[in-house]
Structure formats: structure tokens, C-alpha cells
Design a protein around this ligand. Structure first.
Ligand SMILES: Nc1ncnc2c1ncn2[C@@H]1O[C@H](COP(=O)(O)OP(=O)(O)OP(=O)(O)O)[C@@H](O)[C@H]1O
Ligand SMILES: NC(=O)c1ccc[n+]([C@@H]2O[C@H](COP(=O)(O)O)[C@@H](O)[C@H]2O)c1
Length: 177
């Protein structure tokens, strides 16, 4: 059986990792949808699809599970989003998500969806992690080691601080100076 799990993974954290570990006990193969793939260099979406593919691929290497990372760009129309996902992904039998909109769209398209309880959500939340990176607070123990390595390789902390500064000044444009 093949599953599908989508997230923005900005960054991929231990909550996502815990979910993949649980999913690994239920499926033989898993497609990892890298959501909002066209977005990067903003406070909400600092990392590129390629960088997120590295985070996810290196992290899930420790599980006995074949995975396929697939970047999925956003669409203006929710009503055709499931078809868009299916057009980009290997075929899957079941979708995993805790995001209410994603759950609703898959169910309306008659795709089986499974949700799970949130794991340590008080700290394992992308928004919280990005805030910690900007503030200089501890975040490294909330993500797999491989994610620390990737963020280091791409100078991610420097980037997120710069974009936080840009966002705070109300400037959405990428100003290379
Ligand atoms: N701590 C967690 N435990 C279990 N599932 C989680 C946890 N955090 C996120 N998820 C689920 O993983 C999927 C992808 O989440 P996403 O990449 O948006 O992370 P997030 O932590 O919610 O980030 P953000 O704060 O940036 O929105 C969603 O289905 C989400 O509900
Ligand atoms: N219309 C659309 O493009 C559409 C609809 C539902 C979810 N999504 C995407 O799916 C992903 C869901 O992941 P999260 O659970 O991390 O929010 C996000 O990247 C979100 O933008 C896109």
C-alpha cells in the first residue's frame, strides 16, 4: 500500500518526523508532498522546495520505508487541487493529514484520509520554530539532526533573519541590494 503525506515543512520538524514514523507502520511506500513548492524567501516559507526535499529525504533515511518526495505548487482553485496533486504524484491509496482543508478536499474527492493526534504541538509547530530561529532561541533539538545540517549548509538562519526584517518593514519584494 502507498500513502501520501503533504506539508509545507518550513522546516521539517520532529512532529512531522513522528507522523512519518507512525505512517511507516501502516504503508509500504510513502509519497512526501512538498507543499507550496513555489514559495520561498518569506517568513512563512523561508526554504525552497529543493532545500525542503533535502531536509525530508535525509531525515526519513533512518526509516525502513521507500519514499518519493514530490514538489506540489499551490493553485488558486481549491476545487481542483486534489486532481492537481494526483497529476503530480505516484498513485496512492491513502492520504495522511491533520490539516482540516486538506482533509476536506481529499474526502470530497473520495480519497481515504487518516489523521492523527498532534504530537507535542506546544513546541512542534513550524511557526514556533521559525520564531525561535529569528530570536536566536533553541530550535535544534526540535528537528532531526539532518535538518540542522541542511539549514547550516544553506545559511538558513541568516536568510530567515533577513526575510523577517524585510517582512516587518512591509516590503514583500525581493530586494537584492
Ligand atoms: N506536532 C505535530 N504533530 C503531528 N502532526 C503535525 C505536527 N505539526 C504539524 N503536523 C501536521 O503535519 C502536516 C504538515 O504541517 P506543516 O508543514 O504545515 O507544519 P506546521 O508545524 O503546522 O507549520 P506552520 O506553523 O508553518 O503552519 C499537517 O497535516 C500538520 O497538521
Ligand atoms: N488550492 C491549493 O493550492 C491548496 C489547497 C489545499 C492545500 N494546499 C497546500 O497543501 C499544503 C498543506 O500542507 P500544510 O498542512 O502544511 O498546510 C500547503 O502547502 C497548502 O498550501 C494547497
Amino acid at each position: 500500500m502507498r500513502g501520501f503525506y503533504i506539508g509545507r515543512f518550513q522546516p521539517y520538524h520532529n512532529g512531522h518526523h513522528h507522523m512519518v514514523e507512525e505512517i511507516a507502520g501502516e504503508v509500504d511506500e510513502l509519497v512526501l508532498g512538498i507543499g507550496s513548492a513555489g514559495d520561498s524567501h518569506t517568513m512563512r516559507n523561508p526554504f525552497t522546495a529543493g532545500e525542503r526535499i533535502m531536509m525530508v529525504s535525509k531525515s526519513v533515511d533512518e526509516f525502513d520505508l521507500r519514499t518519493y518526495p514530490v514538489p506540489i505548487e499551490d493553485l488558486e482553485r481549491n476545487s481542483v487541487w486534489v486532481s492537481h496533486v494526483q497529476s503530480m504524484s505516484p498513485k496512492f491509496d491513502v492520504a495522511y493529514s491533520n490539516n482540516p482543508l486538506v482533509v476536506q478536499l481529499f474526502r470530497e474527492a473520495d480519497v481515504e484520509v487518516r489523521s492523527s493526534p498532534m504530537f507535542r504541538r506546544e513546541v512542534l509547530e513550524g511557526t514556533e520554530l521559525r520564531d525561535r530561529m529569528v530570536q536566536g532561541d533553541d530550535w535544534e533539538n526540535l528537528v532531526p539532526d539532518a535538518v540542522v545540517e541542511v539549514i547550516d549548509e544553506v545559511d538558513g538562519i541568516e536568510r530567515i533573519r533577513r526575510v523577517a526584517d524585510t517582512d516587518a518593514n512591509g516590503d514583500d519584494s525581493a530586494d537584492p541590494e
